[in-house]
Design a binder for this molecule. Structure first.
Ligand code: 5GP
Ligand code: ZN
Length: 136
């Protein structure tokens, strides 16, 4: 399914041009227009899914192999020291375009890219609450 109002549907399906690093029947990988770092790329499925929870398993299982293949070429070609694979779901998590996508972000020692959080502490109360969610 495609969403006529979705910019990433149009880009993924070639209706709007984008700098394409890789394409197959399910995905297009493009350069991000507002890169966190040189080479920042986005993996876009061609079918619309707003987020990870809407993404069919059949597509989801193909995402990491694409991240690995394209990421490895960026890593080598840009002589990276590290690499982030990031995927945001929901406005609260930083998602701004509501068509599932995965960020590939090349990293170099000493760069100023910010992907991270301040570590908290796992309390016994939180641990119990979360483990209880997974009780059958
Ligand atoms: P999100 O915040 O939803 O995880 O990531 C959206 C990303 O899409 C941002 O990094 C933003 O720079 C990028 N972006 C938004 N619109 C366009 C566009 O029209 N073309 C490209 N290539 N990237 C876009
Ligand atoms: Zn879409």
């Amino acid at each position: 399914m495609r969403d006529d109002n979705c910019i990433f549907c149009k880009i993924a399906n070639g209706e709007i041009p984008a700098a394409t690093l890789y394409e197959d029947e399910d995905f297009r990988v493009i350069l991000d227009l507002g890169p966190a770092a040189k080479g920042h790329a986005l993996i876009l499925p061609k079918e619309h899914a707003a987020n990870l929870f809407e993404l069919p398993d059949e597509i989801a299982q193909k995402v990491l192999p694409v991240a690995k293949r394209v990421g490895a070429r960026l890593f080598k070609g840009l002589d990276c020291d590290g690499f982030n694979v990031v995927q945001n779901n929901g406005e609260a998590a930083g998602q701004t375009v509501f068509h599932f996508h995965v960020h590939l972000i090349p990293r170099h020692k000493g760069d100023t890219v910010k992907v991270g959080w301040v570590p908290g502490r796992l309390t016994d109360e939180d641990k119990k609450e979360i483990l209880d969610l997974f009780e059958e």
